[in-house]
Write a protein that binds this ligand. Structure first.
Ligand SMILES: [Zn+2]
Length: 492
């Protein structure tokens, strides 16, 4: 099967022509007729849907953001974004020839037109966002959308170079979240044997490790912190991991320091040539994108699906559209979706290096690629700009520094108030589980120097704790996302 067939043989100008044609037809056949939100928006703003013919025309449609999907007084707001065709709307919006064509097609395949329409539009599946500050926003899939989810999964499996006789292990936490289901459906569609363990919370690390050693998958997929935890566990037991070829990470940012550290651990366990892939995806897109194989210090960027979506890059302050290669905020538009549909959705994710066209220098596929230097809004929600000891600190700098120190096996950083008194000074405690043989005094000094250099904020205390205590502190085995940076300052 070639899941990329069609799109990777097109030149960039052909891709643009395809996107423009799809945009016009998508908006006029599906969005404007059937989306309560967009029908009202177009009417209120006096936008004639027939004039949206190119990516540039798209700029006349206002942005939406997470705030538009949520309404405290109306928890059902998400429904306004779901396409809702009915007999009357179809009759008045679609040309008779289109209906007749569809009816004939259904008939020739022995089905009723109504069944086919239900298959195309009726929501049958959902995943939702896991915001810690916002209420969850469900995104619906029809059978048609599941076919697209399958396709993006199969495209990724092909990018990773997984062959039909190989096996994959899905370690993403079992939840109604995109990562787990994207992986599950991807394996099914690609026809590859897959085991979805549900992650540490469901089977425990012992259980996952037993499954890993019995099944010997070529590819494992999961959240960076949990994959790292599992590999370290295998290392402690001295297991031979030479069967591993690919590690695919999702749901969190992957830094070069992390890739380096993980690949060294894998090498030590006999897995000499392992590709470590980053992926990018979000609930609202209902799919994920991936890198193709490169050496671990390089990145091909995420291979996009320009037949399914349009990305724009904008100035996050002014909303002005920038050129494709520029830095800015990513804005996402569906091109081929049913059920929940969004246009010009501001992701809040900030990209450096924008989008690239032309053949990929690593795999040769012609598609659009997104730089993998993306700071996620979701990262920022947990690891955000915060005033610590009176200094505005980008907390992700703490992570970068601590991840880059080779003698640290695991760490957690806690920002607390002295004596837990909200009016007291801030204190920073770094909990560290060192690599075996590391000298604690030297390591403490190194951590203090590096942290102070990068953030201008010195930690008050470095506390060395054993691994089992660290695993509990981080909630590695019990939470969907590890508690890497804890802000326990009482809210006033
Ligand atoms: Zn590539």
């Amino acid at each position: 099967m070639n899941a990329w067939k069609g799109i990777t043989s097109l030149s960039y100008s052909q891709i643009q022509a395809l996107q423009n044609q799809r945009l016009f037809s998508f908006i006029n056949t599906h969005v404007y007729p059937f989306s309560p939100f967009y029908r009202k928006l177009f009417d209120d703003k006096k936008i004639d849907p027939r004039t949206i013919r190119t990516k540039e025309d798209l700029q006349r449609i206002p942005f939406i953001s997470k705030a538009d999907l949520i309404d405290k007084d109306n928890p059902q707001k998400f429904k306004d974004f779901i396409l809702q065709p009915d007999k009357e709307k179809i009759k008045s919006c679609w040309p008779k020839t289109r209906l007749l064509g569809l009816a004939l097609k259904s008939l020739s395949q022995g089905r009723h037109l109504q069944e086919d329409l239900a298959r195309e539009y009726r929501p049958i599946f959902m995943t939702f966002t896991t915001g810690t500050t916002n209420a969850p926003v469900p995104f619906m899939y029809s059978r048609y959308d599941l076919d697209n989810l399958n396709l993006s999964g199969a495209r990724m499996v092909e990018l990773f170079g997984v062959k039909g006789d190989e096996r994959i292990m899905n370690l993403f936490p079992f939840a109604p979240h995109l990562a787990f289901w994207q992986t599950f459906f991807g394996a099914v569609e690609a026809g590859v044997f897959g085991l979805s363990t549900g992650g540490g919370k469901v089977m425990g690390t012992e259980g996952n490790l037993t499954a890993l050693m019995r099944m010997k998958p070529s590819t494992i997929l999961g959240v960076p912190s949990y994959v790292y935890h599992l590999i370290r566990f295998a290392q402690a037991k001295g297991y031979d991991l030479s069967f591993l070829k690919n590690i695919v990470l999702g749901a969190a940012r992957v830094t070069p320091g992390y890739k380096q550290k993980l690949s060294e651990m894998l090498k030590a366990q006999g897995a000499k040539q392992v590709y470590i892939f980053g992926t990018y995806g979000f609930t609202e897109a209902r799919c994920a994108w991936a890198e193709c194989p490169t050496e671990n210090h390089l990145s091909s960027g995420y291979h996009l699906y320009p037949d399914k979506e349009i990305f724009e890059i904008i100035d996050p302050e002014t909303g002005e559209v920038r050129e494709d290669g520029a830095d800015g905020e990513l804005v996402y538009t569906n091109l081929d979706a049913r059920a929940s549909v969004i246009l010009r959705y501001r992701t809040g994710d900030l990209i450096k290096g924008g989008m690239t066209h032309g053949p990929c220098p690593y795999c040769g596929r012609q598609t659009v690629r997104l730089s993998s230097d993306i700071t996620r809004l979701s990262d920022n929600r947990d690891i955000h700009l915060s005033k610590v000891k009176g200094t505005l600190v980008n907390l992700s700098h703490f992570s970068e520094v601590l991840n880059s120190i080779a003698q640290i096996s695991e760490w957690q950083l806690e920002i607390r108030k002295h004596n837990d008194d909200p009016f007291e000074v801030d204190e920073i405690v770094v909990y560290v589980t060192p690599q075996e043989g590391a000298d604690q005094l030297t390591l403490s000094k190194l951590i203090i120097d590096k942290l102070t250099g990068a953030t201008e904020v010195a930690p008050n205390q470095i506390e060395f704790i054993p691994l089992n205590e660290m695993v509990k502190r981080l909630e590695l085995e019990t939470a969907n996302k590890e508690k890497r940076i804890l802000d326990t300052r009482p809210k006033v």
